[in-house]
Design a protein around this ligand. Sequence first.
Ligand code: ASP
Length: 397
Amino acid sequence: MKNKSVVSIISALIISVIVGIFLQGNIDIANMFQPLGTIYVNLIKMIMVPMVFSSLILGITSITDIKKIGKMGALTVIFFLATTAMAIVTGLILSNVFKPGEGILVGNAVYEAKKMPGLVDIIVGIFPDNILEAILNTNMLQIIFVTITIGIAIVKIYPKGRTLKECIEDLYGIISIVTKWVMTLTPLGILGLMIPTVAQNGIEVLLPLAKLILVFYLAVIIHVGVTYCFSIKCLSEFSIKMFFKGMLPAQIIAFVSCSSAAALPISIQRMQDELKVSKEVSSFVLPLGATINMDGNALYQGIVALFVAQAYGLELTLAMQVIVVLTGTLASIGAAGVPGAGMIVLSTVLISVGLPIDGIALVAGIDRILDMGRTFTNVTGDAVTAIIIEKVLKKTK
Ligand code: ASP
């Protein structure tokens, strides 16, 4: 994608905000743009599974030392967990300092919690009993497991299996072209996703929780601007400018669609084509990250757990805040990369420290606005991890 397309994506974002504000009294007209967004997100989801499968097979089969896969997996998970925990701590610190929940009227807020899978369920769930079902359900962890297994098996029986590998190479080529076609529709997708969002979130919706929104976005700026930029500068081979120039389209799609999963094919393509990160790293770290690494979600957990405590006039001791960090980090692993997943994680975090789950109802009305920042951060965090793992693996070759 050339700079012209990046400009058209940014222009579409600006136009959507202006049109959305203009249509704030006319939600019905704004909602007429929605199908454009739905079609666009469906199209990217359509290419997700073949993209991850073909690209990851090509990556795995290019690795000569199978042990490298285990090392890459371990390093990736360690980095994911470390940045997630740091994100929750950042959120907790900002919420302690700015106290966004003070003075909030609790009223009779009610929220019905949904159940999150536990860590054991998540681990058991990695192993599918049916490959086709894993694909049909777009279960990313299962797809990654199956793909790596098949990839290693192809390496083991080589030169047998050569024809299959060539077919997969062709599949990757075809999917890359389809991805480029879908990318040309991005400006339209942005209009369809953003105009209704801006129109539905008028000042009267945002104002009562303005402090929370500001504290959350300050946390996003600090996490992306300090933690990530520092990591890019010190631990990767890229300059901060190169990184953001390369990944901006994927970050914007994450922001407007509120879905890491929807941004995934674009992230993979940008990382491979623009930043020239190897297939083995990008097609392993990014899908795994879209499923288990949620730094934006973690920032949100830290801030909103304290927000709820403050709103209900309850104290969250330091020990309880440590529990928030631990449960938030683990629960983020189980969250799906889809809109609104962060609110489900929040119920686990609130229960772990005995805070009222009904507190979620206080923030549910502005969830889309917070989700945009969460997803932007989630996708950025995955990409930062990928370029760091790429450098570490090169160094330790
Ligand atoms: N929407 C986020 C994502 O797709 C998950 C969340 O709600 O935090 O990454």
